[in-house]
Design a protein around this ligand. Structure first.
Ligand code: HEC
Length: 145
């Protein structure tokens, strides 16, 4: 087996072992210095994401039919058209001008730095710097639809 294939196998085994406790330090060590986005998504942990969602919950409900707060309800937002998750919410023109759906990459850029991803947005949130933390949040959003 080539070194590359062995490393890939090791990575796959390690990814399978990713469990529900917050082991982001462990996962970070396993991913190495410059993981690809796909590699980070492979170790994403939805349960850790559920805990991390605490920093969103002041502004966002996520239960189906939940009320809008400062931000729109986020149930089903993954895969949904941007700026359409809540029929009642008053989105900014800046967000409404975005085209397409919330996929992994767009959510990643948005959560890293909302005001950089969409200048003019009203989401007053500094962003999540850690790529693993963002992957966890995205994995969690995927489960809530
Ligand atoms: C201080 C309040 C606040 C916090 C905290 C916040 N958001 Fe938001 N969020 C908003 C607002 C306001 C909007 C609408 C932005 C606009 O219209 O420009 C929004 C929009 C969104 C959207 C787009 C919804 C759609 O229908 O297209 C997503 C996805 C989102 N937020 C995810 C998150 C996540 C995940 C977190 C936590 C990591 C978070 N937000 C933290 C206020 C917040």
């Amino acid at each position: 087996m080539s070194v590359g294939a062995a490393r890939l196998l090791l990575f796959a085994v390690a990814a399978l072992g990713a469990c529900s406790r917050d082991d982001s330090a462990e996962r970070r060590a396993r991913l190495g210095a410059n993981p690809t986005f796909a590699q980070v998504m492979q170790v994403a942990d939805a349960q850790a994401g559920a805990r991390r969602f605490g920093q969103c919950a002041a502004c966002h409900s996520i239960a189906e039919g939940g009320a809008d707060r400062n931000g729109p309800n986020l149930h089903g937002v993954f895969g949904n058209t941007i700026a359409q998750n809540s029929a009642r919410f008053g989105y900014t023109d800046a967000l409404r001008a975005q085209r397409g759906v919330w996929d992994e990459r767009r959510l990643d850029a948005w959560l890293a730095d909302p005001r950089r991803a969409v200048p003019g947005t009203s989401m007053a949130f500094a962003g999540v710097r850690d790529p693993i933390a963002r992957a966890d949040l995205i994995a969690y959003l995927k489960t809530q639809r």
